[in-house]
Design a protein around this ligand. Sequence first.
Ligand code: UGY
Ligand code: MN
Length: 253
Amino acid sequence: MHNLGQTRSSHQRHHLLLTPDTFVRTTLPGMKNASAIVHIGPALGAAFTEYTAEFEPQGELGTTVAQRFVYVIEGAVTLETKDKRHDLGARGYAYLSEGFSHRVVAKEKSRVAVIEKPYERLGKSEMKHLLIQSEDAVPSHGLDGDSDLQVKCLLPDDPRFDFAMNTMVYQPGAALSMVEMHVMEHGLLMLEGGGIYRLGDSWYAVTAGDFIWMGPWCPQWFGAIGKAPAKYLIYKDCNRHPLAGTPPAGTPR
Ligand code: UGY
Ligand code: MN
C-alpha cells in the first residue's frame, strides 16, 4: 500500500526525527562495499555527524580526520590499528581520537552507528586515545536513583573527552523524571522497543530504528510504552565551556 506522502519523520528548527521509511543511502569517501545513512551533520547546525554504516561482508569505512566512535548494532567488524586487530561483535564499540590511523572492516553483513566530531581541545592537554570495549562489560546505574531507567556511560569520565556516548534502557512505563532543556545537543538511535518522545512542543511515537537529533536547549522527555524495554544509544557533547569555539567579539563571521 502506498503511504500517500505520510511519514512520522519530522524536520524542525531545533529537532529532527528520521524514521527508516525516509532513509536515503549514500556513499562517503573511501567507503567500500558499504553505504551510509547520514542522520545529522553540520549542514543542520550540529557540531558532529552521525550515520549508520551498512556493510556487505568485507565492506569498509573510509577514513576521517575527526574523532570517531563506532558501535556495532548488528553483525561483526574488525578494527585494525597499526599493530593490532580487534574484533567487535554486536554491542562492541570503539573510540579513536583524531589522527588515530585505523580501518573498520566488516566480517559479515553488519550495521554500525558512527559518530565523528572535530575535537575541541582543552587548554594544552593532549588527546591520544584508543578505547575498545563491549557494552556488555560496562556497569549501569539508575538515572537519578530510578532503577527502571538504567544508564551505561560508554566513554570515560575524563574532562579531555568533548562528548559522551551512553545507552539508556527504560523498563516499560519508565520515563525521564523531568522535561530536560540543556545546552548539550543529542544524537539518538532507538535500538529496541519504543515509546513517546517529546521534542520541543510536539509528542512523537518512536520505535526501534528511528533517529532523533535534539539541538541545544530542545525540550525533551521520553516515556517507554509497550511490553518490552526501550533502549537507545545517545550522543551528548560535554566538558566544554559554552563559549569554547566562539570567535572573539568583533571577529567578522
Ligand atoms: O543525558 C541526557 O541528557 C539524557 N537524559 N537525555 C535524554 O535522554 N534525552
Ligand atoms: Mn538530554
